[in-house]
Design a protein around this ligand. Sequence first.
Ligand SMILES: CC(C)(COP(=O)(O)OP(=O)(O)OC[C@H]1O[C@@H](n2cnc3c(N)ncnc32)[C@H](O)[C@@H]1OP(=O)(O)O)[C@@H](O)C(=O)NCCC(=O)NCCS
Length: 163
Amino acid sequence: MKAATQLTDVRYQALDLDWLDRLLPIEQAAYSHPWTRGNFEDAIRAGYYGQLMLMNDQLIGYFVAMKGVDEVHLLNITVAPHHQKQGWARILLDELVAWSISQGAHWLWLEVRQSNRHAIAVYHAYGFRRIGMRRGYYPAAMGKREDAVVMNLPLEPSGRIRS
Ligand SMILES: CC(C)(COP(=O)(O)OP(=O)(O)OC[C@H]1O[C@@H](n2cnc3c(N)ncnc32)[C@H](O)[C@@H]1OP(=O)(O)O)[C@@H](O)C(=O)NCCC(=O)NCCS
């Protein structure tokens, strides 16, 4: 079933420590180098903005973001593997953009592994543009490092994208 037909059943829930047992299996299935329980605990204790997206009480995806001065930095966005490529990332990003604008942010920033073609295509289709690279930003297989692509999305209070 397509995501767009299910929107009336979707709700958001603040990420807190009680959800980690349900979230971590998704995180571990979705990434070669997943966040640990400690990474999520630190993010929650730091007061970062974390939201879970649920459909009929099933956890579909989540994000964690950090507010800066006039920007929001997306730290983690994940859709459960068997729900990927159904349009859920856009729905999660819409929620994050709405919150970012409500916080007075003018920019949304993120890093993504250079090899993560699907995520880069999703961000690009959403309106993010490629700004630069961070060399060796991520851990990779066999003790190596992988570059990050840095992307941003300009925001404006009256709408989603500034130009
Ligand atoms: C990256 C990620 C968040 C994207 O989420 P997603 O839900 O798969 O992304 P979307 O479905 O919104 O992407 C759009 C794709 O779905 C398709 N799509 C969009 N709406 C659709 C719908 N209603 N029905 C069917 N397909 C749809 C689009 O054609 C597009 O497909 P394509 O990329 O093959 O051309 C997800 O793949 C993920 O969690 N990956 C692992 C973790 C990760 O890499 N996170 C990002 C770290 S920076």
